[in-house]
Write a protein that binds this ligand. Structure first.
Ligand code: ADP
Length: 203
């Protein structure tokens, strides 16, 4: 099995690359989706978050009140660290479980927006990924695309400001895709990536 770690800043086109890789036959394990799943009502994850932050972070229906929790951790790096210490291991375990279902001759793509921020890129000792693929796009283009998708420019800038920088992502990348061009140009780069880096390793 080939394990690819995929990351990119918000608005870079990471989700688009993830879809293109799925079309080529990769199994995508989506860290954001898992991060929601592990704190659904009735999970040990949600119980742990309530134990740490109180039931003020619960909505009336017993689900996680994300804005309430977000307000706490956005303002307080220690709180953010405590939350990550609960959620990250649960996400990693579930991602590993899903990846374990992929056959030996398959390709798994771990789609992890915060691969760099959560320290997983450095996890070479744990053999988390055989290859780290980074999607990079010029800042102005990312802002334009995020605004077109319905975000305000201030929100987009604020989100980008708390993420890793292009330099930090590039430092952990084995391969960088540049999505400053057209969707067709991006698809051509994904084809080239598959031909040069994926197909040869599948034997
Ligand atoms: P991310 O997952 O990195 O936040 P997405 O793949 O969702 O990024 O892309 C952000 C937005 O930009 C989406 O609305 C997407 O359709 C659009 N987009 C992605 N790549 C391109 C491109 N090459 N040209 C124009 N729009 C693009």
């Amino acid at each position: 099995m080939l394990r690819i770690g995929l990351t990119g800043g918000i608005g870079s086109g990471k989700s688009t690359v993830s879809r293109l890789l799925a079309e080529r036959g990769a199994v995508v394990v989506d860290a954001d989706a898992i991060a929601r799943e592990v704190v659904e009502p009735g999970t040990v994850g949600l119980a742990a978050v309530v134990a740490a932050f109180g039931d003020g972070i619960l909505a009336a229906d017993g689900s996680l009140d994300r804005p309430a929790l977000g307000a706490i951790v956005f303002a307080d790096p220690d709180a953010r660290g405590r939350l990550n210490a609960i959620v990250h291991p649960l996400v990693r375990d579930r991602a590993a479980e899903l990846a374990a279902e992929v056959p030996d001759d398959g390709v798994v793509v771990h789609d992890v927006p915060l691969l760099v921020e959560s320290g997983q890129a450095a996890d070479r000792g744990g053999h988390a990924h055989d290859l780290v693929l980074v999607v990079e796009t010029a800042l102005d283009t990312r802002l334009e695309r995020l605004v077109r998708r319905g975000m305000t420019e201030d929100d987009a800038r604020a989100r980008i400001a708390v993420q890793a920088t292009d330099e930090e992502r590039r430092a952990v990348a084995d391969v960088v895709l540049d999505n400053s061009g057209t969707p067709e140009e991006l698809a051509a780069q994904v084809d080239r990536f598959w031909a040069e880096h994926v197909a040869p390793r599948l034997g």
